[in-house]
Design a protein around this ligand. Structure first.
Ligand SMILES: C[S@@+](CC[C@H](N)C(=O)[O-])C[C@H]1O[C@@H](n2cnc3c(N)ncnc32)[C@H](O)[C@@H]1O
Length: 293
């Protein structure tokens, strides 16, 4: 999928990000990088399909307007739009709970794409780090430039070890717990990389730190072609849960701090269907998990 970025010059663009008149910068995002458009479209316009799940993202629609990209096609993947809006509600609730307990703690969004989740957690005392692959970061810096240490952008490749040190997360934590988010990312990594990432979090994070992530059932592995939004990007699902306890097995320091399945959006019928399928799926088809050390 090819995306062209247009600096649109609207007056309320982030300071320093946008020159006064339209300036086009061509960028090419391939495969998994291009998937960042999917949640962006959902947060920008998904409330048209699911008004009760409107996440009230103050930036997504404008960011999308800077990208010459077909939002309508992505919006037609209703299942994914629902998943993104629902997970945004879950992570907002979990994040607010965390920052209420730790108002001076820092938040880190691993594989942030073009999201600006700090809009929901900024309490004037905390700080936020958005990290993604260098190509995405170049795009992000134009649209959502960092604001010093208050909201900072960093390039990182999570497919290798050492991301904790590369992002200088000991310095960001300064001994206090961290709140880390990794949404819409891990399913694109090989299983051994996901386990390594969980281990690195477990080994390095200060006590009471939380990692929030989303996970699909392992039955989704290799099936991205059936997804109207992910399929055309060429990205493939490579990791999914075999069973409910798998995340905790990555390291003895990990504890479950929360788990919610998207089946809750479908009421009692959703819960019954999920229970019926569980022997085959091994884990919920799509769920949010919070891990604490
Ligand atoms: C589906 S998008 C999700 C973006 C964002 N989390 C959101 O919900 O809007 C997947 C993101 O993961 C990032 N990503 C994929 N592989 C990565 C890696 N190895 N290291 C860092 N980021 C990665 C992509 O660049 C992309 O921005």
């Amino acid at each position: 999928m090819e995306t062209s970025l247009r600096r649109c010059g609207r007056s309320h663009c982030p300071p320093g990000a946008v020159p006064p008149e339209c300036l086009l910068r061509q960028t090419r995002l391939q495969a998994v990088r291009a998937t960042l458009l999917i949640p962006l479209v959902a947060r920008a316009h998904g409330a048209r399909c699911y008004p009760w799940l409107d996440c009230l993202d103050a930036d997504a629609a404008h960011l999308l307007s800077c990208l010459q990209s077909d939002a309508e096609t992505l919006l037609q993947d209703r299942l994914v739009v629902l998943n993104v809006l629902w997970r945004t509600h879950v992570l907002k609730a979990w994040g607010r709970e965390f920052f209420a307990r730790h108002p001076h703690a820092a938040g880190v969004n691993l594989g942030c794409g073009l999201s600006n989740h700090f809009q929901w957690f900024d309490n004037g005392h905390n700080r936020w780090l958005d990290a993604d692959l260098p190509e995405v970061l170049a795009l992000r810096e134009q649209l959502l430039p960092g604001q010093g240490e208050h909201r900072h952008n960093a390039g990182i490749d999570l497919s290798g070890d050492g991301w904790w040190d590369a992002l200088e997360l000991d310095r960001w934590a300064a001994g206090a717990p961290l709140w880390l988010l990794c949404e819409g990312v891990l399913m694109y990594l090989p299983p051994e990389r996901v386990r390594a990432l969980l281990r690195e979090f477990a080994q390095r994070a200060p006590p009471d730190s939380v990692l929030v992530l989303d996970a699909m059932s392992h039955r989704a592995i290799g099936q991205s072609r059936w997804s109207a939004s992910v399929g055309p990007t060429g990205a493939e699902f490579r990791w999914g849960l075999q069973h409910g306890g798998e995340l905790l097995q990555a390291h003895p320091r990990l504890r479950q701090a929360g788990m919610r399945s998207v089946s809750e959006c479908y009421g009692a019928a959703g819960a019954a269907f999920e229970a019926l399928c569980l022997p085959w799926t091994g884990a919920p088809l799509y769920a949010m998990h919070a891990l604490r050390v």
